[in-house]
Design a protein around this ligand. Sequence first.
Ligand SMILES: C[S@@+](CC[C@H](N)C(=O)[O-])C[C@H]1O[C@@H](n2cnc3c(N)ncnc32)[C@H](O)[C@@H]1O
Length: 365
Amino acid sequence: MQIFSGSFKTVKIVGQHIISALSNHMLKKFNNHSRRQLSYLIRSHKESPDNFFKMMRTYVNKPSVKAIIDFLRCKSTFKAALDHINYNTTDNYLYEQFVYWINAYARKDTSAPLIDFFSGTQTLNSVCKDFIKFCFSQNIMLDKTKTLYSFNYHNQLSDDVVKKELLSISPKKTLHLLGFGLDTGDYEKSLADFLITQNKAQHVYLYGFDPYAAHGEGIHYLTEKQLKNTNLQFDIVIARWVLHHIPLKQRWSDFIRCINRCHSQAMVLIIEHGFINNKSVLPIEKKFYHVLNAFFDIVANIGLRPHYFMHSMPEIGKNFFIDYLKPEDFSMIKRNVSINNITQSIYNIGPNFPHQTICCMRTYK
Ligand SMILES: C[S@@+](CC[C@H](N)C(=O)[O-])C[C@H]1O[C@@H](n2cnc3c(N)ncnc32)[C@H](O)[C@@H]1O
């Protein structure tokens, strides 16, 4: 297994030389930064949750349930901390909405589930359900386009890896791509266009599996039963920001079945977040990272796909589930698929919060 850390454009040198390694987008931001922010940007070019914890410790240096709740209850301090952690949060619609909603939730009298989560008597999933109910009870409404645009930097980081991997596949006349938990499949469509323009295929057939999707045009959606019984074979399987939403009982069976349905020389791409490998991180800090990550995920999903929560009306958010993957889950997948010859490359790509990890698997039957 190969493990790569940091952005693809990362270089190990600091100072002036790093400028040549920055993308245009970053360069523009870079020029706008004050000297203090600039030095932080240089230090944090290898973006990871480690930087999140380093910075958080300057704001909550003795983490306790009370200190964390107090920190969340002070909107300006919390926003300032986020701006220090990620250079891209300033003027970012989604981060602003996230700060607003988490602060409102922490300040309400009944924020007991959050306190109970930190104290260990509530799961991440149950506090998330309570947060969802709170947001909808307060008539949350987000702008889809602005939410989508807020992900530009995340997408830029993941595209660097995903497209580099896709460029390494051998050309075929037609490719069969399955989006696992793809919703409308806009991302999968953009990758299909990329593969065609790069002469990797003349046509890409798009398939989808997602029980709560708003069906997108041009995608052949499969039910669970169809997925079990299909004779289709896939060349590419993509699960972006999905697996942590699938209840543990069914998470691996459905996904591993899809991998077993792959052609020889297929590619499986998993884009996930939430891994914390740093042993010095305290359990309460880990919980803090996970609850922030999950609430960010919820606010983003409300912005992008409110139907995901409305699907179970009158009970809002009934289908929503969250439990982050563990790093060892990737090796577990490899052990449990029925394909002997499979390689994995893992990329930790940032930003500092919420961080993304990509696992690219290649099958050789
Ligand atoms: C965060 S969204 C990601 C959507 C899309 N992959 C993207 O990158 O924009 C999570 C998706 O997982 C889907 N999902 C939830 N539970 C699922 C399950 N059991 N099996 C497959 N997909 C599921 C949801 O409907 C939702 O579309």
